[in-house]
Design a binder for this molecule. Sequence first.
Ligand SMILES: NC(=O)C1=CN([C@@H]2O[C@H](COP(=O)(O)OP(=O)(O)OC[C@H]3O[C@@H](n4cnc5c(N)ncnc54)[C@H](OP(=O)(O)O)[C@@H]3O)[C@@H](O)[C@H]2O)C=CC1
Ligand SMILES: Nc1nc2c(ncn2[C@@H]2O[C@H](COP(=O)(O)O)[C@@H](O)[C@H]2O)c(=O)[nH]1
Ligand SMILES: [K+]
Length: 479
Amino acid sequence: MRFLNDVQPPYDLTYDDVFMVPGRSAVGSRQAVDLRSPDGSGTTIPLVVANMTAIAGRRMAETVARRGGLTVIPQDIPIDVVTEVIGWVKRRHLVLDTPITLASSQTVADALSLLPKRAHGAGVVVEDGRPVGVVTESDLTGVDRFTQLSEVMSRDLLVLDADIDPRDAFNRLDGAHRRLAPAVDADGRLVGILTRTGALRATLYAPAVDAGGRLRIAAAVGINGDVAGKAKQLLDAGVDTLVVDTAHGHQESMLAAVRAVRALDPAVPVVAGNVVAADGVRDLVEAGADIVKVGVGPGAMCTTRMMTGVGRPQFSAVLECAAEARRLGRHVWADGGVRHPRDVAMALAAGASNVMIGSWFAGTHESPGDLQQSADGRLYKESFGMASARAVRNRTSEESAYDRARKALFEEGISTSRMFLDPARPGVEDLIDSIVAGVRSSCTYAGASSLAQYAERAVVGVQSAAGYAEGKPLYASWS
Ligand SMILES: NC(=O)C1=CN([C@@H]2O[C@H](COP(=O)(O)OP(=O)(O)OC[C@H]3O[C@@H](n4cnc5c(N)ncnc54)[C@H](OP(=O)(O)O)[C@@H]3O)[C@@H](O)[C@H]2O)C=CC1
Ligand SMILES: Nc1nc2c(ncn2[C@@H]2O[C@H](COP(=O)(O)O)[C@@H](O)[C@H]2O)c(=O)[nH]1
Ligand SMILES: [K+]
């Protein structure tokens, strides 16, 4: 990346401060851009879901990996649960979504409580493992909540073969004017569910898979306790990337934790953070990190900068850290502060090999929280920071009352925040579609057909607040 007219301001910048100038391009199609990351994480789109309890669970991990991204399961989840989640994600189908299954004797209330868990918005009614009906929200509206599903389900099913080519599946669904269909194996047993959009996506994205062709998943460890022991358990469970994570990544206990993990000689990439300057990158790489996580304070749930004054505007932090990592033959992930597709593009221009997103993805069907409704009828999920009083309370529940009280004083995140679902993009895949579209387009504006070329060719200028505002759409007239 270079600055426009080679002018670099004497102060640090964040995503909103910068813009990219288009350059001459020989890349004829946005679809021709290769978004695979060179950092060994196996992502085919440069997106990683942050290790936050309100965001990264099994449904998120499955859904994002199917489109080529990676989810980091948080360090606060008990290790036996993480082990179970890793196995579950690795058993998921690469094309079909996991169905919500129901029995015909279950009620409308049962179905209504489960439907919001998945963006496809349908339940498959099964008997002996075979689909006999489908219920969608419209089947469940205006009927008594105790009605059995056998009375409201549609029985006129279009059923697909589980190994159908996604393009054929798209055409069959389109031809039958269906939004979705269950898919079955040779014995007629339910394997998964496929929507028309899901079939289309399966032709456009490549799942992030391990050497055995199974979906990838990452998991985090903190820096306290038996770090090597926990990391070993995660590696034994089949985790594909290990993330060693703490607020202040440039501290001695962090370096010791990274050394301990490196000593296990893991066959998977080790990510460590967070830092915001070149010397932090150097020390973490020397301790054994393959990838360094960059970002202190940009997170939407984060109060670190307000509490401590510590941090660094994220574009400059990523730019400096990525340059140092490149010099050392390593990579960085840009972590936090992403609110628009353009922010992902700017982080990649600064040299990140992947971009982590937390809070934005909290407002989707796939995040673990329960769907709630505000007084004005908008749907939302609750999010909270990993250094908030709420997270610290959960994390320290086994500790003495004294230690819990002491740790509760160091609060650097908010405990509750409403992340509204965008009615036009309520699923994480809808958000991924828009981010990937933005990034693909941005690459061709820079004349780049890969992420490496993009980081090399991007020409970035610095803008005023008015310049940024000019780029925003106007949904109503201005006078
Ligand atoms: N990227 C960011 O801007 C930030 C991210 N977070 C996220 O919150 C989660 C919890 O992280 P964390 O608070 O590190 O908790 P951890 O449980 O990982 O513990 C951090 C350890 O580091 C010690 N420590 C020393 N200085 C600091 C410091 N300035 N801030 C925090 N700990 C310090 C703590 O000791 P003692 O408690 O005795 O001081 C403790 O032993 C992680 O997921 C992290 O990524 C948190 C804050 C900022
Ligand atoms: N200072 C804090 N940072 C936090 C906290 N919880 C998470 N985080 C960081 O934010 C990113 C995600 O950023 P987002 O803007 O996409 O939400 C995450 O990976 C952490 O680094 C917190 O409580 N305090
Ligand atoms: K913040």
